[in-house]
Design a protein around this ligand. Structure first.
Ligand code: ADE
Length: 225
């Protein structure tokens, strides 16, 4: 998979060089290209924002640099993602769907957002998704994009060493994950549940399923609806 991200703060994406994603990049399982939006400006001050037509607080990102940046990266196989608190909620199913894409472009807005014509223009050239990380407001799309890139990229075959861990984690079957324990069996007087020491795999599987159900019912009952 190829991923391009466009932002006025390319440094936000340095964390993608760390850990499993860094390894996946080094092994060419994913290609990630980060673009500074200011490189697509034509003026001395590298201006990317301006006041909104109709008035209102804050500044908007101008269409011109975005148009130039998108023209550089969009191909016939691109899905353009605009992170935005006004978008569809990002879920594990979203990550699974986007992990099948050949090319993702993350267009990260700042300030009060991006001129709407940029989204409309992108839609005339590629598939476009406006996606929210959650019902809260971040200062821009970068942190949301990094989170989405991690959630998507770890589903690409080979990125996670042990593929079994993908099948058993939270949200993989619509439930939260059961609690897990490692050695020692007694830590500061706190015992590991007996069944996990029993060696009875059928009983362990049953216990884990019940724990996952109970935890989901308690913490996220809406997932069971
Ligand atoms: N930009 C600002 N807030 C955001 C959010 N909650 N999700 C995605 N992008 C954002």
């Amino acid at each position: 998979m190829r991923i391009d991200a466009i932002s006025i703060f390319p440094d936000f994406f340095q964390v993608l060089d760390i850990s499993l994603l860094g390894k996946a990049k080094a092994q060419d399982l994913i290609e990630i290209n980060i673009h500074d939006l200011r490189d697509f400006t034509d003026d001395k001050h590298r201006t990317v924002d301006d006041t909104p037509f109709g008035g209102g607080a804050g500044m908007l990102m101008k269409a011109e640099p975005w148009g130039q940046a998108l023209d550089k990266v969009i191909t016939s196989e691109t899905i353009v993602i605009f992170p935005s608190p006004a978008g569809d909620l990002f879920k594990q199913a979203t990550a699974q769907e986007l992990a099948l894409a050949k090319h993702l472009v993350f267009a990260c807005g700042r300030y009060e957002g991006i001129d709407q014509r940029v989204v409309d223009y992108a839609r005339s050239k590629a598939q476009v998704r406006t996606i929210s990380l959650g019902d809260y407001v971040l200062n821009g799309g970068e942190v949301a994009a990094v989170a989405m890139i991690e959630a998507i990229a770890r589903l690409i075959p080979g990125v996670i060493g042990n593929a079994d861990s993908l099948a058993e984690e939270s949200h993989s079957e619509g439930l939260l994950e059961y609690p897990s324990y490692t050695k020692p069996a007694n830590w500061r007087g706190l015992e590991v549940p007996e069944v996990l020491l029993s060696g009875n795999h059928a009983e362990i599987a049953k216990w884990r399923k019940n724990q996952a159900l109970g935890r989901t019912r308690q913490v996220r009952p809406e997932l069971l609806d």
